[in-house]
Write a protein that binds this ligand. Structure first.
Ligand code: AMP
Length: 138
């Protein structure tokens, strides 16, 4: 994949406000925060979207996300938060290096705004779709 701004951060070519680092993961403050404490958690492995990520990097991210979230909550004073993870430009991904947003949500509304437009799952379609997905996971 082509180089991204996060690749430059990982190589130390541009600065960041780092909050956590291990062999496989880096976390730093978002430069355009939606709310105080908005943090990005990225794998050091440079792939564009989550579905391309190797199991070791995925496990490393999963292991530290709750711990980083607890620290973000404690430092920001927020009680609630969203984890956002965009994949592809059509899904609002601007930086094509996998990243998780941890976004504190404050009582005054600061944080992530969500427009949620649910449908209704048809029972027969659900059974077919679940089988199709499960079949690809077998
Ligand atoms: P996304 O839309 O999910 O790709 O989000 C990319 C995020 O990266 C945005 O929230 C940006 O504010 C953030 N961002 C871009 N450049 C930097 C940077 N140099 N340091 C920290 N965060 C950045």
């Amino acid at each position: 994949m082509s180089d991204t701004i996060f690749g430059k951060i990982l190589r130390g070519e541009i600065p960041c406000h780092r909050v956590y680092e291990d062999d496989l993961v880096l976390a730093f403050l978002d430069i355009f925060p939606l709310s105080k404490g908005h943090t990005l958690v990225i794998p050091k492995r440079a792939v564009a979207t989550l579905d391309q990520l190797d199991d070791d990097s995925a496990a490393a991210l999963g292991r530290v996300l709750p711990r980083i979230a607890r620290a973000v909550l404690a430092a920001s004073g927020a009680r609630n938060f969203n984890v956002l993870q965009n994949n592809g430009e059509g899904a609002h991904q601007a930086v094509h290096h996998v990243h998780f947003h941890i976004i504190p949500k404050f009582d005054d509304g600061r944080g992530l705004g969500i427009k949620w437009q649910p449908g209704k799952l048809d029972n027969a379609e659900g059974a077919t779709l679940a089988a199709a997905i499960a079949g690809r996971l077998a």
